[in-house]
Write a protein that binds this ligand. Structure first.
Ligand SMILES: [Zn+2]
Length: 101
């Protein structure tokens, strides 16, 4: 059973590592774009574009999945969310459509 039901990130989002990877694959503060979200045992994991050498596959030590692009536990990262003004449904209804031809 997965602990968190909603993935913490979306594909294409920019994230930042909040800790060093134990195997040295990434360092705290390094930024990546989320390429894929999947499950790793009872957690979410993300792929961030770190590939094995050509012709090789990695096996995840947590869940045993084999993959060319290793996934990492999502809790090692935080989202870099651009700031924007709050958008509410009532505000959308107030505003005239701006993109009519
Ligand atoms: Zn895994």
């Amino acid at each position: 059973m997965i602990q968190e039901q909603i993935p913490p990130f979306y594909v294409g989002q920019e994230v930042e590592a909040i800790k060093d990877h134990s195997g040295g694959k990434f360092k705290k503060g390094q930024r990546f774009i989320v390429e894929e979200i999947s499950q790793c045992r009872s957690s979410f994991a993300i792929k961030i574009g770190i590939y094995a050498e050509k012709g090789h596959v990695w096996e995840c030590r947590q869940c045993g999945k084999q993959m060319e692009s290793m996934h990492y536990i999502a809790s090692c990262f935080r989202a870099l969310t651009p700031e924007y003004e709050a958008i509410s449904f009532s505000k959308i209804l107030e505003e005239p459509l701006a993109c009519l031809n």
